[in-house]
Design a binder for this molecule. Structure first.
Ligand SMILES: [Zn+2]
Length: 459
């Protein structure tokens, strides 16, 4: 029996932002022949007939990408640190040992092989009795780090670990979650691997950042029991530039005074802050040192994905699973998180910001709406199921002055008004009321639920 990765959801996740794995891969370093010769002695590689020959440093070459992924794992030098809550001990100090001890052979399949033909699988783990990991040519779409993680993840599946459906968070209802981190399933091996890479002294800064954001994404969204003291709550960007997490009674500042000059305009549901000073879309990832916010802003390729011109400013940004939209001065650009990079453009005038409503009775079942300067809510004529059905905007439907809204737990909705007040929707009285615990300052943007714990900064 073959065990295959359920990669569609993972693919979406990977594409959304965090690891730029399926974006053009400029993160794969060029490993030299010496590294490959050493590798050849340590692992059995089988190449199916019809697979193109090895072309060194060609990131579109499947053999090269497989070698690169294995070389990356093999090159990791575990830092000499005490074990902490990030360790599950699936991987020993040297992740290579796991590959070496658990795998017989890697087989690079041709595109016509059944396992690779019909679906978007990147890597399939063969029958565990044969201890063979099948790798499909689509491995070239992954960064070296993403491919390496997939290999380890698949080995874990081949050992009998399966996913369950996601019971919380953005992926609720979808497959691809594990019960807990400490259960040591396939997601745990992925997360632990990313942690080890992020902490490795030898990897480049780009790979370190990709690893840290990938690990964070896993911790936030791939375990039904939140690990590392993470708590559901709301994240609020305040007028003073602080970004604050509310979970219990005491709000905790995650970042103080994010760079003002950077025109921070939006906070995504994945752990990124987004800014746009020029056309460039910059994102910040969770980091152990809040002071290095500016250093850590990492440029991605969303600018071209959204087809922004040089001086366009992103005024707001919103993301739901499968889709993301940017509000520009005179248009909304939307694109799927996975697959096509082409943006769908809807002209708008006088828009102030996005509302997002997943299942709100108040706003209907609209995926996205925008609030115009008069306070009208204007539904965007699309949902992520019907991405292709973009038409012209309808006229405003409801007079309301909310600018940012989100569900907070199953029973509450929380929102920011145009004037910066934070309000909570009470379903019983069908009305909005002030949120006393959140008053005392003006807010610009919220995300709920927003999962956070101080521990995530120790990554
Ligand atoms: Zn999996």
């Amino acid at each position: 029996m073959k065990i295959l990765i359920q990669s569609a959801a993972l693919l979406g996740l990977i594409l959304s932002f965090a690891p730029a794995s399926l974006m053009a891969d400029d993160l794969t370093p060029c490993y030299g022949r010496t590294a490959f010769e050493r590798l050849r002695k340590r692992v059995t590689l089988e190449i199916a007939p019809g697979v193109p020959g090895l072309r060194m440093c060609d990131k579109e070459n499947a053999q090269y990408k497989l070698y690169s992924a294995l070389t990356l794992i093999e090159s990791l030098t575990a830092p000499n640190e005490e074990a902490d809550d990030f360790d599950t001990f699936i991987l020993s100090r040297e992740p290579w040992d796991y590959v070496y001890l658990e795998t017989g052979t890697f087989k690079l399949e041709s595109a016509s092989e059944e396992v690779c033909r019909d679906r978007a699988y990147i890597v399939g783990a063969g029958d565990s009795a044969f201890r063979q990991v099948q790798v499909c040519p689509s491995i070239v779409n992954f960064s070296a780090l993403g491919a390496a993680e997939n290999l380890l993840h698949m080995i874990r599946h081949a050992q009998g670990h399966k996913h369950e459906s996601c019971k919380r968070g953005l992926n609720k209802g979808a497959g691809g979650c594990d019960k807990s981190y400490l259960e040591k399933g396939a997601n745990a091996v992925s997360a632990e691997f990313f942690v080890k890479v992020a902490r490795d002294y030898g990897v480049s800064g780009a790979i370190e950042r990709e690893a840290r954001s990938s690990a964070t994404t896993y911790f936030l969204s791939r375990f039904n029991e939140l690990p590392l003291d993470l708590e559901d709550g709301i994240g609020l960007l305040r007028d003073d530039g602080d970004f604050v997490h509310y979970a219990g009674r005491t709000p905790r500042v995650i970042f103080e005074s994010l760079p003002r000059e950077s025109q921070l305009t939006a906070v995504s549901s994945t752990p990124f802050f987004i800014r746009s000073a020029t056309c460039r879309v910059l994102m910040f990832e969770y980091d152990r040192n809040p002071k290095s916010v500016e250093d850590r802003l990492s440029e991605r390729q969303l600018c071209s994905a959204f087809q922004l011109d040089e001086n366009e400013e992103i005024r707001d940004f919103i993301e739901i699973p499968g889709m993301m939209c940017a509000l520009l001065s005179e248009s909304v650009h939307c694109r799927k998180s996975a697959g096509e990079l082409k943006a769908h453009i809807i002209p708008v005038e006088n828009a102030r910001g996005f509302l997002y409503s997943r299942s709100s009775a108040f706003l209907g079942s609209l995926a996205f709406s925008i609030v115009d300067s008069s306070g009208d809510v204007v539904p965007l004529p699309l949902t992520w199921d019907e991405f292709s059905t973009i038409q012209e905007l309808k006229a405003g439907e409801r007079k309301i002055d909310l600018i940012s809204i989100a569900e907070w737990s199953d029973s509450k909705e929380i929102a920011v008004r145009l004037n910066g007040d934070v309000v909570i929707f009470d379903r019983k009285s069908n009305s909005w009321s002030d949120a006393p615990a959140l008053s005392g300052f003006k807010a610009k943007r919220l995300i709920a639920p927003f999962v956070w714990s101080p521990k995530i900064h120790e990554l």
